[in-house]
Write a protein that binds this ligand. Structure first.
Ligand code: DP6
Length: 339
């Protein structure tokens, strides 16, 4: 099935649209692909609120495909080329007769090591879907199409299309779907501990590739499938202890895949391990439900319920923040908005 095949032969017209789309943090990780941008295992994430990209796209008919992307007002050749390659990969005839002028900005500062691909590429996919629907003159599964298009740009971006909690790879491998959860889970907070803002030594796309010949690949995919089901039931019943156990196991398994990759590497820093041990000690002593997860990088996402935020924030401010370069406060968000 190709959700964009009905958009193959459209006549470009001028159009402008603007979307704000958030980042997300995976509770069960997507790590390993099959086919064309399809996940090797199901994943599940919480959509954030404060960390988002705001993107405006001005579409103008043109003789050839031209992409100009400006990040915070500055022309970015690397990102312009990435979008151009992505548009070509869609195999639609008309995008090659459009000039795309993209103005984008992120709420989270540059150089904090927080990946902007999920928010940035989901915001662009939403603008593109808006354009498709405008040219076609129809209403339909707008968000499904946007998630499909976002997935083709970056897997994790397809989960940012919906607010709250989102899964990808269970109902469909082609796009993400919103997940119904317990009301307590909707009040989860996410404090990001930026321990290093260096650019990643190994990009995620390469890491996914390593899973093709990884000695533990099939065990990892089996583990992720079991974790996905358990995480889903923990989120539905509001069982934070079960959620937290799987959350941390997912983070450490992801990094274990890097440590045991055909060409081993580590994206964790000494401060990452120090913070993990401090969190474990604090949890043992206080019995408070604070858990961590990691993306493909050294920075920690601390996940905890709003009801305990006072004591947990005191711990973060007085103990953890000293080993971080920056602390960003976020929480579960409602998803993208057209603005
Ligand atoms: C560790 O979505 O960045 O954040 O599809 O190649 O763009 P591409 O990969 P990407 O991978 C994200 C990996 C992760 C886990 C996750 O978000 O599920």
């Amino acid at each position: 099935m190709n959700l964009v095949s009905s958009f193959k032969s459209l006549t470009p017209k001028p159009f402008v649209t603007r979307w704000r789309s958030p980042s997300n943090i995976a509770f069960v990780k997507y790590w390993g692909k099959k086919g064309h941008q399809l996940p090797a295992n199901p994943s599940l994430s919480m959509t954030l609120k404060e960390c988002y990209s705001e993107t405006e796209v001005l579409f103008s008919p043109s003789d050839s495909l031209k992409v100009e992307l400006f990040l915070e007002g500055k022309f970015e050749k690397k990102f312009s080329d990435k979008i151009e390659n992505y548009l070509r990969s869609l195999n639609l005839s008309w995008p090659s007769q459009v000039h795309y002028k993209i103005e984008t900005r992120n709420t989270f500062p540059h150089g904090t090591g927080i990946a902007s691909s999920a928010s940035g590429l989901s915001a662009f996919a939403l603008c593109l879907t808006d354009y498709f629907y405008f040219l076609k003159g129809e209403e339909g599964n707008f968000f499904e199409t946007a998630s499909f298009l976002a997935r083709l740009a970056s897997g994790s971006a397809c989960r940012s299309i919906y607010g709250g909690f989102t899964s990808w790879g269970e109902e469909s491998d082609l796009y993400a779907s919103p997940l119904h959860v317990h009301p307590d889970v909707l009040k989860l907070r996410n404090t990001i501990l930026v321990v290093s803002s260096e650019e990643k030594a190994v990009p995620s796309t390469l890491g996914h590739g390593h899973m093709k010949e990884h000695v533990y690949a099939s065990a990892r995919f089996d583990q992720a499938k079991v974790h996905f089901q358990k995480m889903k039931s923990a989120l539905r019943s509001g069982d934070l202890e079960m959620m937290g156990g799987i959350l941390e196991s997912e983070a450490l398994s992801l990094h274990a895949m890097m440590l045991t990759a055909p060409k081993p590497y580590s994206l964790m820093k000494p401060q990452t391990l120090k913070a993990i041990n401090m969190i474990w000690n604090f949890r043992d002593e206080t019995k408070l439900p604070i858990y961590f997860t990691l993306d493909a990088g050294p920075n920690l996402h601390l996940i905890y319920p709003e009801v305990h935020q006072e004591k947990i924030k005191t711990f973060i401010t007085h103990e953890l923040s000293f080993i971080a370069q920056k602390v960003i406060d976020d929480e579960r968000g409602d998803g993208p908005v057209k603005c």
